[in-house]
Design a protein around this ligand. Structure first.
Ligand code: 0X9
Ligand code: ZN
Length: 359
């Protein structure tokens, strides 16, 4: 399959639709200036040498390896980390939710920040970035306490759902592994496997607005398609679990990690109309871009989608919800590239925690 034919002209049009935001963008100064940045990167590198990305000779952890790692960390750092299951996948895997905060067992009056990985099972760096961040926070908070880490843990409630689609990860597929019974679920026999979870959320699930509907990736009612939306909004265990999570937790800002392309995307995906909070989205996007050098844009300009996680979270709960498209391939086999992604996005994650406090 595909990707990424983002046309320059589309980006340029997108930028033109958005007024300059110099006053706002300086509002979120990245709280590690040059010196801090260097110290942090050095620390990250040292830490990384001990941690290793991936725990076996293979670069990416399996679901079972991830589960073991998370359980060990939850035991060793129980003061600031909790591990719970949000439910089970079709194949019976737990959907793990990690919370990291001081007073972790209490709901505090602190902004919630959510990080998600692997809506798509073939996009493995997206969960490694989340797992690296978890381990980094725990070790740094306990051993040295950089100001950014201390502030993030003490002043926000950090939630991480590293693997939204573990069945897909294990099978190496974009979609989950639930069987389909025809596109509308009316056939008795199994016709294909899997729903694109990032088309299954309940906002504008099948309604485009002001966009060119010929894009094959926007969504699909055809069950064999890689962008199959499912039989109805939230038809899948995984999206149900996230819906329940969102109903019971207050989230201010979220990053949904995917691969690939080097993009920072904000709602809307379903229309070219800009979101009401576009200046805030752009200001955050610009600051993230200073760290990872990715291009920020309203997500529709990459290509339109309906039923994605970020449109739904923003529409329903007002979450500043970003998609980050990591890197230049779905799953690089170069450990150095993966390491850089993990390091840079640890800095990105710390920045968004800091920003969530002032939103
Ligand atoms: O298509 C998706 O779900 C995301 N891209 S991926 O290559 N990882 O599959 C993009 C979702 C962001 N929304 C829009 N581009 N509209
Ligand atoms: Zn994806």
């Amino acid at each position: 399959m595909r990707k990424i034919t983002i046309s320059l002209s589309i980006i340029v049009i997108g930028m033109l639709l958005v007024p300059a935001t110099s006053s706002l963008s300086s509002g979120g100064t990245i709280h590690g200036t040059a010196v801090l940045q260097t110290v942090r990167e050095q620390r990250l590198r040292e830490l990384h040498n001990n941690l290793q990305v991936g725990t076996t000779s293979e670069l990416y952890r399996s679901y079972d390896e991830m589960t073991e790692d998370l359980q060990r960390l939850a035991t060793n750092y129980s003061q600031i980390m909790s591990l719970t299951s949000l439910g089970k996948t079709h194949e019976g895997r737990d959907l793990w939710l990690v919370k990291i905060s001081d007073n972790v067992s209490q709901e505090e009056n602190e902004p919630g920040v959510l990080f998600m990985g692997a809506h798509h099972g073939n996009e493995k760096p997206s969960y490694e970035v989340c797992l690296f961040f978890i381990e980094y926070l725990l070790k740094e908070y306990t051993n040295s306490s950089l100001p950014e880490v201390r502030d993030a843990v003490n002043s926000t409630q950090i939630y991480v759902i590293p693997m939204v689609n573990p069945d897909g990860v294990e099978a190496g597929t974009r979609k989950n592994r639930a069987p389909n019974h025809g596109s509308f679920g009316r056939k008795t026999e199994i016709t294909s496997i899997g729903v694109d979870l990032n088309r299954n959320y309940g906002y504008r699930w099948f309604r485009y607005f002001l966009l060119i509907p010929f894009y094959g990736r926007a969504t699909s009612f055809f069950d064999r398609s890689e962008a199959y939306r499912g039989t109805q909004p939230f038809s899948e265990n995984e999206t149900q679990a996230i819906k329940q999570f969102m109903q019971t937790h207050e989230i201010t800002l979220s990053l949904s990690y995917h691969t690939y392309g080097g993009f920072i995307l904000y709602p809307w995906g379903y229309t070219i109309l800009p979101p009401k909070d576009r200046l805030i989205f752009i200001s955050i996007g610009e600051n993230i871009s200073r760290i990872n050098d990715y291009i920020w844009s309203q997500s529709v300009y990459l290509y339109p989608t309906v039923g994605d996680a970020c449109d739904w979270m923003y529409a329903t709960y007002g979450v500043y919800a970003f998609t980050i498209e990591l890197g230049e391939s779905f799953a690089p086999d170069d450990p150095v590239l993966l390491q850089e992604m993990c390091l840079n996005h640890t800095t990105v994650n710390l920045y968004v925690c800091q920003r969530a406090v002032s939103l």
